[in-house]
Design a protein around this ligand. Sequence first.
Ligand SMILES: C[S@@+](CC[C@H](N)C(=O)[O-])C[C@H]1O[C@@H](n2cnc3c(N)ncnc32)[C@H](O)[C@@H]1O
Length: 210
Amino acid sequence: MMIIIAVIGVVVLGFLAFRLQGIFRPGPMSMALERFFLGNPLRMRYFGPRQSLGLMGNVEHQHVLEVGVGTGVIVSALAERVGKAGQVAGLDIQPKALELARRRVLQGAILEPELRLGTAEALPWDSGVFDWVVIVAMLGELPSPRRAGALAEAKRVLKPEGRILITEFWPDPHYLKPQLIRHYCADTGLKIVTIKRHPMIYSVVVAKMH
Ligand SMILES: C[S@@+](CC[C@H](N)C(=O)[O-])C[C@H]1O[C@@H](n2cnc3c(N)ncnc32)[C@H](O)[C@@H]1O
């Protein structure tokens, strides 16, 4: 009994430590943690592509960018959804993440996304080229004064009628509340057009204010 209590205590304290670090010293997760958190069966079951991308609807034939691809869980699902006639691009600040994402995508191999190394605050793509920019569990890894800058970049690369999808889920140590997303969007000339909430995960679809 004591061993079970000790194990639960270590897990809870470990999670609290991550959460506090996520709030007070945000930054990209180490690759060891990404491997553990992003591809595990629990994440795939409750916070995976189906839940994270539910608001996108049919994106066949479209041009989609994921910012912060991590180990490639979302970008590989996007590659399946756009189909052979679509195009998918992805970006991450960590070279190792891109390597893992590329490996995961190649397992499905519907189409190969164009994966680039870079930062969300200076996207290496021309303006007005994407139908969707997808940001899942990434924005909170930037320090708060830089989040609006990342959204401004997502807005720049969007087509005029394009949309940004932002999904946040609570077990992520960098989780951001919907009110904060609303605030960053307002700062960037973006408006929330749809929001879908579940107790531990929510998504918002964001559009340009015309
Ligand atoms: C928690 S992971 C989420 C990965 C993926 N979106 C998913 O849901 O499986 C966040 C990713 O964002 C990346 N990231 C953090 N800050 C970034 C930045 N400024 N520019 C680009 N990528 C960044 C990290 O390296 C990490 O791979």
